[in-house]
Design a protein around this ligand. Sequence first.
Ligand SMILES: [Mg+2]
Ligand SMILES: [Zn+2]
Length: 289
Amino acid sequence: MVHSSPPAVKMAGKIVVLFDFDRTLIDGDSDGWVVAEMGLTPLFNRLCSSLPWNSLMDRMMEELYSQGKTAEDITECLKRVPVNPRIIAAIKSANTLGCDLKIVSDANQFFIETIMENHGLLGCFSEIITNPSFIDQVGRLRIFPYHKSSSSPHNCQMCPSNLCKGLVLEHIRASNPECGRQRFIYLGDGKNDFCPSSKLGDGDCVMPRKNYPLWNHVCSNPTLIKAEVLEWSKGGDLERILLQLINTISNEGKIVVSNSILSNPSDSKSQTIPASAHELCPHTHPVQN
Ligand SMILES: [Mg+2]
Ligand SMILES: [Zn+2]
């Protein structure tokens, strides 16, 4: 996809940066971390084919409760989840620069808030859009789907029933029509990040993590992506590319094409890799190892 240079438009709105959580904001997978660290791998592997992800994680929390593990034990486990220092710096800088930062994740509220608070990042985000969770009256952590209705809560074929991130993006876009144009930057790695990526418009940007499923889908379906595409691999890349992008949008009101994996169609083809190598469920991978 080659973007011809549109006339530069001075930015009149704001920059909204949407972060996926697992394998994007943190390097690993928060659900997988808790399952592995708290000794739930055998039960998880036994049940993973019969329960949807959301119900499976709620069942894992029930198991912890039945073993006498408390929410504090889960908190202590989550406090050991590392966050790349370059990504911490990128989030703090983007926040200081006036961007509106949000997390859109299929993990859950308790895990994400605990990890972000532990790294001093919770206050940088205006919103965390994820599966809700709470500690019930007996002290068990409960996890529920973001979209509440169990029968076809959304019409999206690309997303799991509990959360369509594309629908979330459309709600965010529609929620502030009075404050001018919103420019979106979406960072993600997973297959369920393709739906929101495909709903971004010209002037927005998607930052897929290289060699992860979203990157593969974007490379394989360039005509479905209207946004600029800037890939990244490590935390340092994320920081550099994100801050450069924010700077460029702020100053010029348009997005540069440098670093774009889709700026040359032949390049994008040469980077396309067989889908089979990248279709592993991102959630189950660490747990099985
Ligand atoms: Mg992810
Ligand atoms: Zn969707």
